[in-house]
Design a protein around this ligand. Structure first.
Ligand code: UTP
Length: 476
């Protein structure tokens, strides 16, 4: 098709779905400006857009909270019965041998826009560790290197970016020489995007030659892993399981034999780690069970009565919060994508979206002016035949860098990284000086090459120098 025929066909398709404004400035564009715009238009899902407008612009579109739901069962942090003790031991063994055989890969979702943190560039490049100021990407890379060494294997790393931060992310990895992992072991790919809508149901323009789009949410990973060739790459390497985490959490135990083993023993397709919520209304998804399937109900959707409901011992009935840590079987991803049209439900967010006015002048809205749609990865959990939940401890595994200040901020993460190092050292019998408020009176950083967990510290206790008040100690 020539460019003109192409253009006319797309114009007709846009007219047919009431979105002709997308090409309203096209007559004044150069061919160089028109080509990328047409490329964006070609990628629009013409068949689905009218339905999305109806469901998410004219209506609030959110999923209805099921009438009947109960707390989801979970595995505790420590086994509670003899039977569980035996199962955990067996799971660890199974997990370790799968890791050793190279069947487990790492997968971080790093396509978000990180608007709350307000950091310039991909969030993975945020300097995070207490002393060396290692970036999140470097921390994860060193964890993977150390785990690969520990288990005598190689662990490939899959990284999802978005079209907005792909180039910058690749540049970071190239400049860092792939943090010693080897370029072949790092697979960086892009997730899809969705158009943004104004409150009038019209697709917004970010410029005369650009549609306003945003990444399709971390749920987009399940499609993008498949479409990008990442799944094919895993099959080639013999990878069967993906350890999934979010780019903002430096405490993650990213290769956990117990989690791998329990997932496999229970024949799960997609599993999760959970923590005990800090309170009834903590802003995390709630693990529930609906029709026998593990289902996450968002904090904003959980009815107040359920959020506050308690058990006889006073604990919260819905006590398990979702923290974006999953184990996903490759076979499950393949099954989802097999029919070619798998889709997760959309969540709508009313946002301030930079756009242009009818003259084409840029507009930076002070008030929300439109709707972004995104998908959440945990919505895929009920699509798995089986799914397990393993509890973990917040202080051991969850300190997300989300905000510039306050809750879930870099400042909190910094302190939690020091606190965890102190706890690991004390578990190994080392004295850590503490302030009157109980917090460590020193700055500590344990490199992943030194220890991946408390047990590793214990094994190297003779290499730890004396820790005095007000000191700075980096263990490498
Ligand atoms: P968040 O929900 O924290 O969103 O993402 P965000 O975009 O990073 O930050 P804000 O809300 O703009 O401040 C949780 C995880 O999911 C990834 C993020 O990179 C982060 O690791 N994510 C989110 C994607 O990979 N793609 C997306 O489209 C959205």
């Amino acid at each position: 098709m020539t460019q003109n025929a192409d253009f006319d066909a797309l114009k007709t398709q846009l007219n047919d779905i009431g979105q002709s404004q997308v090409l309203q400035f096209s007559e004044n564009l150069t061919p160089e400006q028109t080509a990328p715009l047409l490329e964006q238009v070609q990628k629009l899902d013409f068949a689905k857009i009218p339905g999305w407008v109806d469901q998410y612009v004219w209506n609030d579109g959110s999923l209805k909270v099921p009438e009947v739901f109960e707390p989801a069962p979970s595995y505790p942090v420590e086994p509670k019965t003899d039977e569980q003790t035996e199962k955990y031991a067996q799971a660890r063994k199974i997990g370790e041998s799968l890791i050793r055989e190279g069947k487990v890969a790492g997968f971080v979702v790093a396509g978000g826009q990180g608007t709350r943190l307000g950091f310039d560039g991909p969030k993975g490049n945020y300097p995070t560790s207490p002393i060396k100021k290692k970036t999140l990407f470097q921390i994860f890379a060193e964890n993977l290197l150390a785990a690969a060494k520990k288990y005598g294997t190689s662990i490939p790393w899959y990284i999802m970016t978005s079209p907005l931060n792909y180039d910058a992310t690749v540049e970071i990895f190239e400049n860092a020489d792939y943090y010693g992992l080897g370029k072949d072991n790092v697979f960086i790919f892009q997730q899809g995007t969705l158009p943004n809508f104004g409150f009038d149901g019209k697709i917004l323009l970010a410029g005369k030659d650009r549609i306003a789009t945003s990444p399709d949410g971390h749920g987009g990973s399940l499609k993008a892993l498949y479409n990008s060739g990442a799944v094919a790459d895993m099959r080639k390497r013999g990878v069967e399981l993906l350890s999934y985490w979010q780019v903002d959490n430096p405490l993650i135990h990213l290769i956990d034999p117990l989690f791998v083993g329990l997932h496999v023993m229970d024949k799960a397709g997609m599993s999760s780690k959970a923590l005990l919520k800090a309170g009834p209304l903590e802003k995390v998804g709630n693990f529930c069970q609906v029709d026998g399937k593990v289902t996450v109900i968002e904090y904003s959707d959980l009815p107040d009565e359920a959020a506050h409901r308690t058990n006889e011992d006073g604990s919260l009935a819905f006590e398990l919060g979702s923290i974006g840590i999953h184990m996903i079987s490759i076979a499950f991803i393949e099954k989802l994508n097999a029919d070619g049209d798998f889709a997760l439900p959309f969540h709508r967010a009313v946002k301030k979206i930079p756009t242009i006015d009818t003259e084409g002048n840029p507009v930076k809205p002070e008030e929300p002016n439109g709707i972004k749609l995104e998908t959440f990865v945990f919505d895929a959990i009920p699509m798995a035949d089986n799914s397990i939940i393993l509890q973990t401890r917040r202080e051991e595994e969850f300190a997300p860098v989300k905000n510039a200040t306050g809750v879930d901020s870099a400042e909190v993460t910094y302190q939690m990284m020091i606190d965890r190092s102190a706890a690991w050292l004390e578990k190994a019998g080392i004295t850590v000086p503490r302030k009157a408020d109980g917090s460590p009176d020193c700055v500590l950083e344990i490199s992943p090459s030194f220890a991946l967990d408390a047990a590793d510290v214990k094994a190297k206790v003779d290499q730890v120098p004396e820790i005095t008040a007000d000191c700075e100690i980096y263990l490498d």
